[in-house]
Ligand binder design. Structure first.
Ligand SMILES: [Zn+2]
Length: 410
């Protein structure tokens, strides 16, 4: 396996989570008797460019098929995040009815709808047919395809569509060919256009043992240092960066054409590069010992679940998403003897089963019917929002549990 960015032969294992099905491959009841496909989940660090990456090259179409059930609009805090971003961008760059905003991985139009409210023309690109259909219902035109240099040329630039803003949240880390993806943005960007991308920050993943953010669909684990290099290679320059709290700690990068002199380079750029260098992001030692820290979390999950079982406590999970699946699968939780069921707000996930563990997903009303002693918040990054929303479990003495970075019962 060679590095997806610089083609160096990969030699250094960052962490090996053994194997599991793609995290979004939820099962319907009649699929429970069918065999499931497991893929290795091993992550390497490139010793040349320090891109941390999944070793398995999977056909992306197989994962992001039309059954893919993540609808961004079902998360309230994510919608608020999107709205705040749009207001900030309109304010800072003055986008208006003469501008063109292009969002890559636009999902169900959860974000573009706010640009539309400002009267800014929008266009989405998303490979998933059913979320794109939901976007179209909101009046948001969406190209149903994977973004890359080919799409950028044939479906955008050749048709005189170029972005004053090209944005993508949680997509840069999810593309198998990151070089071609960035090349595509270069092609589809106006001369004075702006690119913003948000993705989980590798520094936070490592420092807070966030191993459950690792899954097959998440190909790259990115530091600012490495992303800057990947963009520079395609003639794009970083002019600002923000550290934001989403997904347990993300970066929002701002890029422009390298020849565009109209924008000042913020000091945030050099400050974050220094911070990463000081942490050791350009040394292999920094990536060592992650496996043993992950295993420590695995043992604490086991201890908690077995103790709760012995004490006759009722345990359920909240959040049928990738994070939970990585955690449950790496910890080898199978069947519903330790975790009765998982609840999720999205009707697209309810009455389906989690891959590998085969735990049933129910609706939120099931919580007050079942009255669990413990609700494990699998997307721990949303524990404040979820804890407030489900505060009624305190009525019967219920408690919340998170495992990362340490066991926390509250
Ligand atoms: Zn590399």
């Amino acid at each position: 396996m060679k590095c997806r960015h610089c083609n160096t032969e990969l030699e250094h294992v960052f962490v090996d989570l053994i194997n599991c099905p793609p995290s979004n491959s939820m099962l319907k009841e009649d699929q429970l008797n069918e065999p499931e496909t497991y893929f290795p989940l091993k992550i390497f660090t490139c010793h040349n460019c320090f891109l941390v990456q999944v070793d398995e090259v999977k056909n992306a179409e197989e994962i992001f098929d039309s059954e893919y059930t993540y609808f961004s609009s079902f998360s309230k805090s994510w919608l608020e995040h999107a709205k705040k971003y749009v207001d900030m961008m309109v304010d800072r760059f003055g986008f208006n009815e003469d501008s063109q905003v292009i969002e890559i991985a636009s999902n169900d139009g959860y974000l573009l709808q706010y640009f539309k409210e400002h009267g800014v023309p929008v266009l989405g690109v998303d490979p998933t047919a059913n979320t794109a259909a939901a976007a179209k219902e909101k009046g948001i035109e969406t190209i149903v395809d994977f973004f890359g240099s080919k799409l950028a040329k044939e479906k955008l630039s050749d048709k005189n569509i170029k972005g004053d803003l090209i944005l993508g949240n949680n997509v840069l880390a999810h593309v198998p060919d990151i070089n071609d993806f960035v090349k595509g943005m270069k092609i589809a960007l106006k001369d004075k256009g702006v690119i913003t991308m948000e993705f989980p920050h590798l520094l936070r993943l490592i420092e807070e043992d966030q191993f459950d953010t690792i899954y097959h669909e998440h190909f790259s684990y990115l530091s600012f240092t490495t992303v800057k290099k990947i963009f520079e290679n395609q003639g794009l320059e970083m002019f600002d960066v923000q550290e934001i709290p989403t997904h347990g700690g993300s970066l929002r990068i701002f890029a422009k054409h390298d020849y565009d002199q109209s924008k000042e380079i913020s000091k945030n750029v050099s400050l974050l590069l220094e911070k990463e260098e000081k942490a050791g992001i350009k040394t292999l030692e920094y990536y060592n010992n992650f496996q043993s820290r992950v295993d420590k979390i695995k043992y604490s999950v086991w201890e908690f679940l077995i103790k709760a079982k012995k004490e006759g406590k009722k345990v359920i999970g909240y959040g049928a998403a990738a994070k939970g699946n990585t955690l449950l699968n790496y910890c080898g939780v199978r069947g519903n003897d330790l975790i009765e069921f998982v609840v999720d707000a999205s009707p697209h996930k309810q009455n389906k089963y989690l891959p590998a563990s085969h735990i049933l997903v129910k609706d939120l009303d099931s919580i007050s019917e079942f009255k669990p002693d413990y609700v494990i918040i699998l997307p721990w990054n949303l524990k404040k929002e979820i804890g407030a929303q489900l505060n009624y479990i305190k009525d019967w003495g219920g408690e919340f549990v998170t495992f990362i970075p340490d066991l926390n019962i509250f």
